[in-house]
Design a protein around this ligand. Structure first.
Ligand SMILES: *Cc1c(COP(=O)(O)O)cnc(C)c1O
Length: 379
């Protein structure tokens, strides 16, 4: 079968050693088991190869957002425990059970749906109860979770493996919201003691919790973005030694000289004041590289920072080398990552594009092939 995209000069290079090192650094800090979050194609790094590596490096559990992500991991032969974090509909429960995926139960209604499907399949569901302590997203409010906990404990078809909540403001070390959420979560967990039931695995900390709030580590942590070596917020404290894992690299496909005053790109938004040299790079917003970088972004060519000029197109964009700049067709162009002495971090790209690093990483789509140097069978 032909693989038409693999000839592309544009690729994402993922350093799995960095991912493994970040996992070890996180574990060293928290000293509790890690549920490695690999939703959204492992934050753009490639779901299966990253998940496989994290499990091989000792991640106790994986977390994904959607049933389909869990199914993809099972199809790839990954047998580690997987929790589906997102809200689900009743019709999805059977596939969760068939794929041996752990289920988030966020209300009495959902519990009943899970029980019905589990009974129909004759297969016990492994569930994590989801308590809302301040997101107002999915989850039963901490102040009214008693009946759900009692019903789940009484259920013949559900085994309560965990209880969890999600932090809204943990990327800000100064926010008082986290202490409030922790207090509400502790009150929810206290129902188990009150009922004389064994405490399930309590998990609360996302990346911000791992970095800033030791009290939230409890029995397991759920880091996502820091596994990939990126801080959840540019002002987050670097309390864990992290190494970015993703580079985004393309190559020059065209070189030309542009005369003074001759505009570049759609809308003719930029023209050089004097004659200049311009190269074309074959990646655009159709790959998930943000169009907001039009006349705004930077790339590295021959170890130098160079500006993106004109509007970014769907599949390519232009870069100004200046009147004396040199570059040749096939030269590497680094959009995220290092070249020579220079580095462009995903956080820099996010700031210029007016968004967060999470969005830059997860929007890089399947048009861009992922490479895993040093791994022969990336899966
Ligand atoms: C995405 C997610 C995480 C990980 O968040 P990061 O900020 O990337 O660490 C943890 N828990 C839940 C429920 C999530 O949805």
């Amino acid at each position: 079968m032909s693989e038409p995209l693999n000839q592309r000069p544009t690729r994402i290079v993922v350093d799995l050693d960095a991912v493994g090192g970040n996992l070890r650094a996180i574990r060293q800090r928290v000293g509790v088991p890690v549920m490695a979050i690999v939703k959204a194609n492992a934050y753009g790094h490639g779901l299966v190869p990253v998940a496989r590596h994290l499990v091989a490096q000792g991640a106790e559990q994986l977390g994904v957002a959607f049933v389909e992500e869990g199914e993809a991991l099972r199809r790839a032969g990954i047998t580690a425990p997987i929790l589906v974090l997102g809200g689900i509909l009743g019709r999805q429960v059977a596939s969760l059970l068939r794929n041996d995926l752990e289920i988030t139960v966020s209300s009495l209604d959902k519990l009943r749906q899970v029980e019905a499907a589990a009974e129909a399949l004759g297969r016990k569901a492994v569930i994590h109860l989801k308590v809302d302590t301040g997101m107002e997203r999915i989850g039963v409010h901490s102040y009214s979770c008693g009946p759900l906990i009692e019903a789940a404990l009484a259920s013949r078809w559900c085994q309560i493996k965990g209880i969890y909540s999600h932090l809204a403001c943990a990327d800000d070390p100064a926010s008082p919201m986290t202490a409030l959420q922790l207090e509400r979560f502790s009150e929810a967990c206290a129902h188990f003691d009150r009922l004389g039931a064994p405490m399930p695995i309590r998990h609360l900390a996302n990346s911000g919790g791992v970095l800033h709030f030791p009290d939230t580590w409890l029995d397991m942590v759920r880091p996502g973005i820091i596994l990939y070596g990126v801080l959840p917020d540019p002002d987050a404290h670097r309390t864990v030694e992290l190494r970015p894992a993703l580079s985004l690299i393309s190559q020059v496909v065209y070189f030309k000289v542009v005369r003074a005053g001759h505009p570049v790109g759609y809308g003719a938004t930029w023209a050089p004041p004097a004659g200049t040299r311009v190269v074309t790079v074959p990646i655009g917003y159709g790959d998930g590289y943000p169009r907001a970088l039009s006349n705004n972004g930077e790339v590295l060519i021959r170890g130098r920072r160079r500006p993106i000029v004109g509007r970014l197109c769907m599949d390519q964009f232009m870069v100004d080398l200046g009147p004396d700049g040199t570059a040749y067709v096939e030269d590497d162009v680094v959009l995220i990552g290092s070249q020579g002495e220079e580095t462009i971090r995903v956080e820099d790209v996010a700031r210029r594009a007016g968004t967060i690093a999470y969005e830059i990483l997860t929007r890089l789509n399947e048009r861009v092939p992922r490479e895993y140097p040093g791994v022969s069978q990336p899966g």
